[in-house]
Write a protein that binds this ligand. Sequence first.
Ligand SMILES: Nc1ncnc2c1ncn2[C@@H]1O[C@H](COP(=O)(O)OP(=O)(O)OP(=O)(O)O)[C@@H](O)[C@H]1O
Ligand SMILES: [Mg+2]
Length: 262
Amino acid sequence: MQTPLLQVKHISKTYKLNKGWFKRESVEAVKGVSFELNRAHTVAVVGEAGSGKSTLAHLLAGELELTSGEILLHGQNLATTERQQRCMDIRLIPQKPSQSLNPRQRVGDQVIAPLTMYRTLSQELRQQKLISTLRDVGLLTEHAEYYPNMLSSSQRLRVALARALIVDPEVLVFDQTLSAMDVTMRAQLVNLLSSLQQSRGMAYIIIGHQLSMIRHLASEVLVMQHGEVIERTTVATLFSEPQTDYTQRLMHAYKELTQGSS
Ligand SMILES: Nc1ncnc2c1ncn2[C@@H]1O[C@H](COP(=O)(O)OP(=O)(O)OP(=O)(O)O)[C@@H](O)[C@H]1O
Ligand SMILES: [Mg+2]
């Protein structure tokens, strides 16, 4: 049997809070979460506020240290992978990607910045990579000369995506990235992400409640509550037979919304 691209094994994260002299409290934000993800597949993560979704995203992207458990990519434990490489393999796209852009720096310089880690890459190759990545996300070569405020919000999201894609990641994690978008932008993004997934074989982890997007992009859904995965299901089953109280409420709200808007 082939090794899955990503294997998450019983990972946990406990935040330790200093509450003054001798007083220490801790929050178990993620508790024993396990799942696997194959190349060119998408898993969605849903759950109420504070259920541990963002903590999970940061653990996967290596921005937080695990309290216990392990994450393997191509069967290799990421704890043994060099940090720079690891940051390129799994990239996190935050909730408001345009806020991660520097308003005073040209788009091209910002997209190319993660490539500077590849010291061996010539200036010419970097430039070629910049142009092809801008094209991949539906931007023009000329956009490299623009500043972020000269672009629409949809274009700024594409810039953030290009910044992640330029280092050829294997996994992209979207932490509620899609929640602030209007319907047209979401539809554009679903198309863009699907075609990028087909051409590059990347795996996606999509965190959020945009069920219309989850329906189009994901094959599996993990439901989190109090740091644990309480339901793991296919997208089809989520829509036809939600198991837990939480997913039943989620589906109910979704049906009201879609029936109300039709
Ligand atoms: N840096 C931190 N220090 C201490 N506790 C934290 C920290 N970050 C998150 N928490 C706590 O960990 C738990 C999980 O938080 P997390 O942000 O991962 O949830 P979430 O599912 O992303 O929530 P939301 O839907 O509101 O984004 C919460 O109880 C939160 O208060
Ligand atoms: Mg969050």
